[in-house]
Ligand binder design. Structure first.
Ligand code: ARG
Length: 448
């Protein structure tokens, strides 16, 4: 920084000036910084630390700068190092010497902590909106394809028939937990650090509680040293971002698989597919693949932040400046990915024939056969074994399960009757499921 250097004999070298500046990240914090400064100035006036007219001049100037920032016209100069000094300098240009009183009882250490908290609260609200938006698309898709039956998978091997709505709503639940996580993190983010000063607090009669109240923060810091160094909220935020990114990635991968020719369960509309520069027939799910990949950058941001914090000595350290880019980067990536995922879900059409054909594989109904025997009083483990033997028999003799004669079934268990053949129907299989949270038609309807 080329200002505040009266105690120095040399200017800061150019290469160092560039290196220590954070104007790039701070371009995202201008509104937060001005909002925090307005609250601080109001408190200073209330407490008599500046006169009412000085308070008015400062607040008026800060509001002018806020309008400038909102119009995208607030420029940050590298030689002033960060948003705080840039604001102070522009305020001085605007209102003159009254600006010199704004930094009373404040340090950039508590100021930057507040700015990042304000930014994070805004990011949380935007991401929760994005998650709600994606959930709405999922719900719409589930309702649109409410009756479609498809195979459910374990180990990516066909397991049992499920409703498409049930499968897609699994992602709805993941995103619901993500919303809870963000809102929980928000509670610990809305703690105002302003008034902690550089790390020891202030000898002036400031009122940190009043600043917190003006900012809508329910809590104020309780230890000034902790207040300037605490970035736990940022770590929690990035953890929540990472988990959301992982859920996005899992959903993207699932849709990529379902849309492949091998599965053919869903088709993606042309507005979300791209083609090959060589193969004219290709319709590729690029947005889903990129959403799948972006989770790497978000997880990287979390690791970046944790490694920056690890082993920092107590108090403010300049390393903390490096906690801003990962937060800003991930907030942007996850916000965009949520929008793209909603767009892709809206573009899904489920193929009724292909899903039904795959779900009609008789192997998917073996659990229903087991439950059939259990209902007739056969112990579960015995019933499981019996059906396993029947499956092996059918496969050795090349006879599909629905074509095996009743005598053959009865040779394995006397409890079998002709009604067993009704079980080879995937729609019946999902209708029969009645337990809580299952794929049962009634359960899914309740959920929808
Ligand atoms: N630019 C710094 C940051 O982003 C602000 C605090 C600087 N404090 C200091 N004493 N150099 O963290």
């Amino acid at each position: 920084m080329q200002v505040l250097r009266k105690a120095f004999k040399q200017p800061l070298s150019d290469v160092v000036t560039e290196f220590v500046a954070c104007t790039h990240a701070d371009a995202h914090l201008v509104k937060a910084d001005l909002t925090g400064s307005i609250a601080h100035a109001q408190m200073l006036a209330e407490e008599g630390l500046i006169s009412p007219s000085q308070g008015e001049a400062i607040e008026g100037g800060l509001n002018t700068l806020l309008a400038k920032a909102e119009a995208g016209k607030f420029e940050l100069k590298v030689e002033y190092e960060d948003v705080h000094m840039n604001v102070e300098k522009q305020l001085e240009e605007l209102i003159g010497s009254d600006a010199l009183r704004l930094h009373t009882a404040r340090s950039r250490n508590d100021q930057v902590a507040l700015d990042l908290r304000l930014y994070t609260v805004g990011a949380i609200d935007a991401l929760v909106d994005g998650l709600n938006f994606l959930q709405a698309s999922i719900l719409k898709s589930a309702k649109k394809h409410a009756d479609i039956v498809m195979p459910g998978y374990t180990h990516l091997q066909r397991a049992q028939p499920v409703l498409y709505a049930h499968a897609i709503l699994a992602f709805y639940e993941m995103f619901a937990r993500d919303i809870e996580r963000f809102n929980d993190c928000k509670k610990r983010t809305m703690v105002s650090p302003l008034g902690a000063g550089a790390q020891a607090g202030s000898g002036l009669s400031i009122n940190p509680q009043s600043v917190a109240k003006k900012l809508g923060f329910p809590q104020v810091f309780s230890n000034s040293i902790d207040a300037v160094s605490d970035r736990d909220f940022a770590a929690e935020f990035l953890m929540a971002c990472s988990l959301t990114a992982v859920h996005i990635s899992q959903m993207a991968e699932t849709l990529v698989i379902w849309s492949s020719s091998e599965f053919g369960f869903v088709e993606l509309a042309d507005n979300v597919t791209t083609t090959s520069s060589l193969m004219p027939h290709k319709k590729n799910p690029d947005p889903l693949e990129i959403a799948r990949a972006k989770s790497g950058a978000v997880i990287g941001d979390l690791v970046n932040l944790l490694v920056t914090l690890k082993a920092l000595p107590l108090g403010y350290n300049r390393d903390l400046q490096e906690t801003k880019p990962p937060v800003i980067n991930s907030a942007g990536i996850v916000g965009e990915a949520l929008k793209v995922m909603a767009c892709c879900v809206d573009a899904v059409t489920v193929n009724v024939e292909k899903t039904l054909a795959a779900a009609s594989d008789p192997a998917l109904m073996t659990t229903d056969l087991v439950e059939y025997l259990v209902n007739k009083g056969v112990p579960f483990r015995k019933a499981h074994e019996t059906i396993a033997e029947i499956v092996a028999d059918a496969s050795e003799n090349g006879v599909p399960l629905p074509d095996m004669e009743i005598e053959k079934y009865q040779g394995y268990a006397a409890e079998f009757g002709n009604d067993l053949y009704e079980l080879f129907n995937p729609k019946l299989s999902v209708t029969a499921k009645k337990s809580h949270g299952s794929t049962g038609v009634a359960e899914v309807k309740k959920k929808l």
